[in-house]
Design a protein around this ligand. Structure first.
Ligand code: SF4
Length: 429
């Protein structure tokens, strides 16, 4: 999303006109994802749809960029001859040349990341935005293709990030979603030590920013000052995205996660005891090579015991040029899918129970958009990130997009909650 926003900014800056609909465009740029099978499939479907517009609409030039382009340039050119140019992640400069109107800026990738936000055209609603604080990853989890695609970890400077956040606030952004491949490592490359807690304190001082949400942490990289700041700083949502991936020691070691069961369990205890009313989100992978029934049962038992408020589950995806792709005892797809279904059903029961317990309590929520079907509004509690988590269906018409209000939870609908708003004020559960 942030890459796409920055690409749009570059293209608009170079004099091209951005079209709202692909059918109207002479040049189509498809920004792709490509780190697991599902994302590759989605990207290829989108490229094929765009390629069709060369016959059916105005399109004269089709450019493919992003992670899939970085990873498989030759294959894309060969398989989809309609593609005119494939542009890797380090060559965004070329996009303005290829679209026929721009000049090359010629900067290295990290300089590019420190500067590209200046022209960024945000695609999110006015009241929330993603703030990328660093990119790349040095963790080398054995299943993961991301370090190979996005390169080594590097952080933006604190000053540069604050400059962008202040502009966002001035433009009406109230909720900042802090992202990176590993937010908890922020600053280690630039400052020689972890600096996320310092950055969060500074972001909290920006007038207009009301919510700060931290996504994509690494369990190994939590540290006491960070936990303290999240617990104490009023503007930081009591929400942590903590992908554990697995819990069995053998699997965690084979995944290269550098944590074990005891460590993760004690970290979660620490987080829950220092951060009141915490919504903990995690993601897990089932069917990693060598995952026995016993390893999997341990994971399922852990999910039941911890009762994560939010959880995503993926089947292991065997990725080219990753160590795990050559591990023995790859798990059949059917078993992976059975395990995925069981974790999902288990989590469904957990969420329903957590949501039932919320009925009758008040909780802080942000209003996202009008709900035309219901003559009301759709929003999210502080425990829900945009796009991935649950929503709140708000009855009544006395709010507007971007409002942050206390809501009384009145009921549940599937994974979502229903609520009525009371008054703006403190976050409570
Ligand atoms: S920390 Fe995340 S991005 Fe980095 S290698 Fe591991 S899974 Fe991939």
């Amino acid at each position: 999303m942030v890459d796409a926003e920055e690409i749009l900014g570059r293209v608009a800056d170079s004099g091209s006109t951005i079209c709202q609909y692909p059918e109207d465009a002479e040049i189509l740029i498809v920004n792709t994802c490509g780190f697991i099978d599902d994302s590759k499939k989605e990207s290829i479907d989108t490229i094929l749809k765009a390629a069709k517009l060369k016959d059916d609409a105005q399109c004269k030039k089709l450019i493919v960029t992003g992670c899939l382009a970085q990873r498989y340039p030759q294959e894309l050119r060969k398989e989809v001859p309609e593609i005119d140019h494939v542009v890797g992640l380090k060559d965004f400069d070329k996009l303005t040349d290829l679209s026929g109107s721009g000049q090359k800026r010629g900067k290295d990738h990290s300089a590019q990341c420190n500067d590209d936000w200046r022209n960024r055209i945000r695609l999110t609603p006015k009241h929330y935005a993603y703030l990328r604080i660093s990119d790349g990853c040095d963790n080398n989890c054995t299943y993961c293709s991301i370090p190979g695609i996005r390169g080594k970890f590097y952080s933006r400077t604190i000053e540069n990030i604050l400059e962008e956040a202040i502009i966002m606030a001035g433009e009406g952004v109230k909720e900042i979603n802090v992202i990176s491949q590993d937010t908890t490592s922020y600053g280690t490359d630039l400052y020689g030590k972890q600096q996320l807690h310092v950055l969060l304190e500074k972001l909290s001082k920006i007038k207009g920013i009301e919510w700060i949400r931290i996504l994509y942490t690494h369990p190994r990289h939590f540290y006491p000052e960070l936990i303290h700041v999240i617990g104490q700083q009023e503007k930081i949502c009591k929400y942590i995205d903590l992908p554990i991936q697995h819990i069995n020691d053998t699997i965690l070691a084979k995944m290269g996660r550098s944590v074990n069961h005891a460590y993760v369990e004690s970290l979660i205890d620490d987080l829950r005891s220092h951060i009141a009313n915490l919504f903990l989100r995690t993601s897990v992978i089932v069917g990693f090579p060598g995952e026995t029934d016993e390893h999997y049962d341990e994971l399922l038992k852990f999910v039941k015991a911890v009762q994560f408020e939010r959880l995503g589950v993926f089947t292991y995806s065997k990725e080219d040029n990753t160590p795990a792709a050559s591990f023995k005892k790859q798990i059949p797809q059917k078993i992976k899918e059975q395990r995925l279904r069981e974790v999902m059903l288990t989590q469904q029961e957990i969420v329903l129970k957590i949501h039932k317990d919320l009925v009758g309590t008040s909780i802080s929520a942000i209003i996202d958009e009008k709900d035309e079907s219901n003559n009301g509004w759709l929003g999210r509690t502080y425990g829900d990130a945009p796009d991935v988590d649950s929503r709140v269906i708000i009855q009544g018409n006395h709010v507007k997009a971007g409002d942050i209000k206390n809501m009384v939870i009145t009921g549940t609908v599937g994974y979502d909650l229903t609520a009525t708003s009371i008054k703006s004020g403190k976050r409570s559960k």
